[in-house]
Ligand binder design. Sequence first.
Ligand SMILES: [Zn+2]
Length: 432
Amino acid sequence: MTTSLRFASLSFATLIGCVGADPAVERDDVADGEHTSTVPIAIPGTSADFRVIQTSAHTFVLHGYANAVLVDVGGELALIDTLAPGHISPTDLPNLQATVAFLASTGKVSSSKVRYIVNTHWHPDHVGNTGALRAADTEVIAGRGGIVRMSTPQHIAYFHAELPEWPAAWWPSREVASNLTVRDMLQISYAPYSHTTTDLVIRMPKEKVVVVGDLIIGGANAFTDHDNGGSMRGLLLSLENILGTLPADHLVIPGHYEVMTKAEARAWGDAVRAGLRYVDAKLAAGASLAEIQAAAALPPEQGGAPAATQGLAGDVITLPAFVEFTYRDLTERDVKALIASRVLARLKTVDTLAMVAAITASTLGGEAAAGTEYDTLAFEVGELEAVGNTLTAGAKAAMAVYDRHVATAREQGRTDLTAAEYQAMLLELARL
Ligand SMILES: [Zn+2]
């Protein structure tokens, strides 16, 4: 989410910002494993549109342009996301600094030292104050690809955002491509091909919360940054993985807007899934993107998108935009190759066996194997190369075999491999 979200966020936050204006609100100590009320803590010196909510004994949600989560890990702090840079939101940094200072000085957290910064993903409204907040020994943890995304110019098509190479002080010092536990409190796991392809999810069982970044934009529709590895089906799969094992009493902290109960998060996911099924059915009936967008806006009883999906549409992620993200995911990516890519993305080293398995799983049957199956897997191979993951010589040779067969088919205007071509490809792969 970038610039245009500001307006929606500000007006919403301004409306409810007054709730916590009474500095006389006294708070009881919060026991481990308990959730607190949603009354904001009044932080002196912060702007009226900024709110801080304590969700559990050691966890505080900071609602600025986006959400940040401050966790007392015992003598030091972890900060999940650092809100937006000054050119998007000039108040985020001073609000953040005032919050850390106030919570430390009042003993609500045990230190003012930010020892860990975790990026839920690389979008600037989530990483914009890392440079100002990091000390020499601060570990900055991102999902695989976070360093490349911040150290080279990037483009977010939906927001027409041309992003520069950010200062080195923003860059992560460490990337996670599988799982990482910090201080026995933060269980960090990588969720590729979801909102972007750098998403991290942070579970905190002792605090009974999970931080999901922009996998959920509560109160708005799902946004998948398709050109940067976002995928509507991937996002729903990741969400299912998270919520499927989450105890019912845990809270879900999204990348923007209000903290949710597990049930609310589930309902949100169901509304997005209903929208995906709607677009998928229209597509199967031969409708074009423009036709689906027009149909979706009709009242549900007249063939429009499900009411729950329509209910998520807003100024920032409009219904036509949601339809487009979903349409592109369904038409430009193949689900078998998407799942294979999610597996590859979590490997440190991709060897012959892994690449052959990924190609075989993606192309099962040979039909359309030179179409979206290839494009989806080729995107992941490009990603592996860009982030410097090891592709062994055998893995590269396997992809070269696939490249060659696809090139032959495409030269003849086909997206299918013939049965003979497909058998020949499998035989070549088996010999590697
Ligand atoms: Zn984002």
